[in-house]
Design a protein around this ligand. Structure first.
Ligand code: GLN
Length: 311
């Protein structure tokens, strides 16, 4: 007898086979260490609300979070400070611009949202930093709880971005120059680089996305990582801003809150249903995994996952 679980396994395997030959796109090299990645690595993973894990291909291959860290650190900031306080410093409007745009909201000087680098740098700076719980410890603990296992930092990728990340440093100085902030984005920039260098697998990403989909409770561990309203807020910002200047097209075609990263990780979440992840390092011009985009789009169509769809 064929079950719903078989259908998911079959779909992941078939899409992995279908898109494994896709060689479009380029591995990111502006962070020199990322250029050493195997361009053909390709993994898919899905975790359901009952903690069932499905995968195909290189779902256990390690890579760094990069911008996929942003929604989770945003969740930690929202949990610590609340939505209204966080919105005073980071807006929640789609920017229609690239992830690394040097652009702040006229008038307020706020970044457009927490998914672009400028907004993510402020978000990192908003995480409390105390002697007993330094900012990065809180972030690494939080990311690990989302994943359901202890994560660590790829020190080579961290050092590589810290040595070359002038544009992000410039953004941090620009943010500080725009007016009184409760925090110092320049002091937090190395923490931002470190969160981007946290090592994960596609299965970890699926668990992290599944935790957001599951109201902030990790379906593998039962750990309540963030409150339910925070999980919903993060999914809303992922839906409108998670794919940068391709967010509208993504929501139109795939219909799921999502977030991409330049190492080739990509997550999507089906609220109350599943967390989904892809890993493949060749990127399109917006910084999104080419195979990941193709596979998640096809999976959404095949399994009827589009949120606006009325089955
Ligand atoms: N660490 C990268 C940067 O700030 C993350 C960018 C991304 O994944 N889109 O440039």
């Amino acid at each position: 007898m064929s079950t719903a679980a078989d259908a998911v396994t079959d779909a992941l395997r078939e899409l992995h086979a279908r898109f494994a030959g896709l060689r479009d796109g380029l591995v990111a090299d502006y962070i020199p260490q990322l250029a050493l990645t195997d361009p053909d690595a390709f993994g898919l993973a899905l975790i359901s609300m009952d903690g069932h894990r499905y995968s195909a291909g290189d779902a256990a291959a390690p890579f760094t979070l990069q911008s996929v860290s942003k929604p989770f650190v945003y969740a930690l900031a929202l949990s610590a400070l609340g939505l209204d306080e966080v919105c005073r410093w980071v807006n929640a409007e789609p920017s229609g611009e690239a992830y690394n745009a040097v652009s702040l909201e006229p008038g307020t000087g706020r970044p457009d949202n927490a998914m672009v680098n400028a907004g993510a740098i402020i978000t990192t700076a908003l995480i409390p930093d105390t002697p007993d719980a330094p900012r990065f410890d809180r972030i690494l603990d939080g990311l690990s709880r989302f994943a359901g296992r202890r994560l660590d930092v790829d020190e080579q990728v961290y050092a590589s971005e810290a040595a070359t990340g002038d544009r992000n440093r410039a953004l941090a100085y620009l943010l500080r120059s725009t007016g009184p902030l409760p925090v110092d984005p320049v002091a937090a920039i190395d923490t931002y680089f470190a969160q981007c260098a946290v090592r994960v697998t596609a299965l970890d990403l699926a668990a992290m996305a599944a935790t957001l989909a599951h109201g902030g409770v990790n379906p593998l561990t039962g750990d309540a990582v963030v409150p339910e309203p925070v999980a919903a807020q993060v999914l809303a910002v992922m839906a409108t801003c998670g794919m940068y200047d391709a967010s509208g097209d993504w929501l139109l075609r795939v219909g799921l809150p999502a977030k991409s990263g330049v190492s080739g990780g990509l997550i999507a979440a089906g609220p109350a249903r599943f967390g989904l992840a892809a890993y493949s390092p060749r990127l399109d011009p917006t910084g999104t995994s080419v195979r990941g985009r193709a596979a998640l789009g096809a999976l959404s169509e095949r399994l009827g996952l589009h949120l606006m769809h009325n089955p």
